[in-house]
Ligand binder design. Structure first.
Ligand SMILES: Cc1cc2nc3c(=O)[nH]c(=O)nc-3n(C[C@H](O)[C@H](O)[C@H](O)COP(=O)(O)OP(=O)(O)OC[C@H]3O[C@@H](n4cnc5c(N)ncnc54)[C@H](O)[C@@H]3O)c2cc1C
Length: 431
C-alpha cells in the first residue's frame, strides 16, 4: 500500500468501514490508521492496520440560508461540489485536487489558493464528530473541546476518527472563474506580481524549475475570482485520460521536462492575459489525468512542500531553486504561493510568508538534496507539510513545529497514544 507519491510502499491490513459500527469495532481491536482517498503523498495514511473511510459518504444536512453543510467524513470534495454547486455554493477552501475526503481535509488542515484571504479548510469548520480511543463519539467544536479541536484540525488522524463534520460553503454566481495570468520573467517579478495582486481571492504561481541564471524563478502567476454569472455546473466530472502504467523514468529526464516547461511558459503569448475558465481547469488541472502519479515510474516521488516566513523568504526561495536546478532533478511541477497568517491549530502547516512545493523523483540523490533543503528551511524558521512528507527526521519535525508538546498532551488526555498511529507518526516519534 502507498500514498499518492508511491513512496514508501508498506505491507498493511486494509479494513473498510461500511457504517459507524465498523469504525467502533476497528478502533476497539487495536492500533489503527484512518484513511480517506489516499491523496496525501507520503506515509500519513499508511500503517499496519488501515481503515478506509470512503464508504461513510452520506450527506446529513444542508442549510440553504447559511451554506452550512454536514456530511460524513468519507464524502469527497468532488461530491460536495457535484451536489452543491448547482445550488450556488462552492467550497470555502479547496486543494489542487477535488478527490480528497472531508476527513482528510480536516486531518491535514488543507489550504488552497485563497489561503491569504480565507485561511485553511478547518477555519470554515464549526464542529465535527470524533470517535476517540475510549469508543465514545464526541461532538467537538472550538467551544466544547478547544484542545481536541486544535489538535484534530491538522492532527493527521492521530487524535481519533472524524465521522462527520459541519462546514460553511461560499455562495457563488457561477462555476466559472475569471483568471488573470501574468508572465513573470524571474523570481523578483513573480513576487512583485503576488504583492500587486494581494487583493485577489485566489493566487498561485507555476515556477519553471529548470530556468536558471537571469531567468531563475521564471513563472506564470495566476489569480482568479469567481465569475458573477454563468453555468452552475461541475464541468468534466471525471478524468478524461489516464496513465495506464508506471512510466519509465526516462520520460522525466531534464531534457523532456525542459521542453515541457518551455512550451508551458510559451503558451501564454502576451505579458498578461485575462479570460474566463471553468473551475476545473483553474483549481484542478491535474485531475483531468487519472493516476498521473504513475508518470514518475515505479520508484515513486517525493513532494517537498515548505512554508517560510516573509523575512528571508525571497533569498531562501532563490537558494532552493538554485539547489534543485544545480542538482538536475527533473520536476515539472513547482508551485509558489503566498500564505496569510497561520491559525491556532497545533500542527497546522501554514506560516505567514511563502510556500513552495516541488516534485522530486524518489532517487537517492533526491533524498540527499531534500536533507540539504531541510537545513535551509529550518534556518529560515520554516517547516514542511505533513500531508506531503515521507522522509523528514524526528529532529526536523520537532525543531519546526513548536506546539508538538501540547499536541502530545492532548493525545495523552484522550488516550490516543498507541491507538491512532501511522507509519509517519512512528517515523516522527509520536507514540
Ligand atoms: C494533486 C494533489 C494536489 C493537492 N493539492 C493540495 C493543496 O493545494 N493544498 C493542500 O493542503 N493539500 C493538497 N494536497 C494534499 C491533500 O489535500 C491532503 O493530503 C488530504 O489530506 C488528502 O485527503 P484524503 O482524503 O486523500 O486523505 P488521506 O490521504 O487518505 O489521509 C490523509 C491524512 O488524513 C487522515 N484521515 C483521513 N480521513 C480521516 C478521518 N475520517 N478521520 C481522521 N483522520 C483522517 C489520515 O490518517 C492521514 O493522516 C494535494 C494532493 C494531491 C494528490
Amino acid at each position: 500500500m502507498w500514498g499518492w507519491g508511491k513512496h514508501p510502499v508498506v505491507e498493511a491490513e486494509l479494513l473498510s468501514a461500511q457504517a459507524r459500527a465498523d469504525v467502533v469495532a476497528a478502533v476497539a481491536a487495536g492500533p489503527l490508521t484512518p484513511r480517506g482517498l489516499g491523496r496525501s503523498y507520503g506515509d500519513s495514511s499508511l500503517g499496519d492496520r488501515v481503515l478506509d473511510l470512503t464508504r461513510l459518504d452520506s450527506f446529513v444536512a444542508f442549510d440553504e440560508a447559511t451554506g452550512a453543510v454536514t456530511v460524513e467524513a468519507g464524502v469527497s470534495l468532488s461530491e460536495v461540489l457535484r451536489v452543491l454547486l448547482p445550488r450556488g455554493w462552492f467550497l470555502p477552501v479547496t486543494p489542487g485536487t477535488r478527490y480528497v475526503t472531508v476527513g482528510g481535509a480536516i486531518a491535514s488542515d488543507i489550504h488552497g489558493k485563497n489561503h491569504h484571504k480565507d485561511g485553511t479548510f478547518t477555519d470554515h469548520v464549526s464542529s465535527f464528530e470524533l470517535l476517540v480511543a475510549s469508543g465514545e463519539v464526541l461532538t467537538v467544536s472550538r467551544t466544547s473541546h478547544p484542545d481536541l479541536f486544535a489538535a484534530t484540525c491538522g492532527g493527521m488522524g492521530l487524535t481519533g476518527v472524524v465521522l462527520e463534520a459541519t462546514f460553511t460553503m461560499r455562495p457563488v454566481g457561477s462555476g466559472d472563474v475569471v483568471e488573470t495570468v501574468v508572465k513573470a520573467p524571474d523570481l523578483d517579478a513573480a513576487l512583485e506580481a503576488f504583492a500587486a495582486r494581494a487583493d485577489a481571492t485566489y493566487s498561485v504561481a507555476w515556477v519553471d524549475l529548470l530556468a536558471s541564471g537571469a531567468r531563475l524563478g521564471r513563472s506564470l502567476v495566476m489569480t482568479g475570482e469567481h465569475a458573477d454569472d454563468g453555468p452552475l455546473t461541475t464541468d468534466g466530472s471525471e478524468p478524461r485520460a489516464t496513465v495506464p502504467l508506471d512510466m519509465p523514468s526516462v520520460l522525466l529526464n531534464p531534457l523532456s521536462v525542459r521542453a515541457f516547461n518551455h512550451l508551458y511558459y510559451a503558451r501564454v503569448r502576451q505579458p498578461q492575459l485575462t479570460h474566463r475558465v471553468g473551475h476545473q481547469p483553474f483549481f484542478y488541472p491535474l485531475d483531468t489525468v487519472a493516476e498521473w502519479n504513475r508518470l514518475y515510474g515505479r520508484r515513486g516521488f517525493l513532494q517537498y512542500q515548505l512554508a517560510i516566513p516573509f523575512g528571508d523568504g525571497p533569498a531562501l526561495v532563490r537558494e532552493i531553486l538554485r539547489v534543485v536546478a544545480a542538482a538536475g532533478l527533473a520536476s515539472p511541477l513547482a508551485v509558489l504561493k503566498v500564505f496569510g497568517p497561520g491559525n491556532s491549530h497545533l500542527l497546522s502547516f501554514p506560516v505567514e510568508g511563502y510556500t513552495l512545493a516541488l516534485d522530486l523523483q524518489a532517487t537517492p540523490r533526491a533524498f540527499e538534496v531534500a536533507d540539504r533543503l531541510d537545513r535551509l528551511v529550518l534556518a529560515a524558521g520554516g517547516r514542511l507539510y505533513l500531508a506531503k512528507d515521507a522522509r523528514m527526521s524526528e529532529e526536523t519535525f520537532r525543531a519546526s513545529y513548536p506546539r508538538i508538546e501540547e499536541f502530545e498532551a492532548v493525545r495523552r488526555r484522550y488516550g490516543a497514544d498507541g491507538v491512532f498511529v501511522s507509519t509517519q507518526s512512528r517515523r516522527l516519534g509520536l507514540a
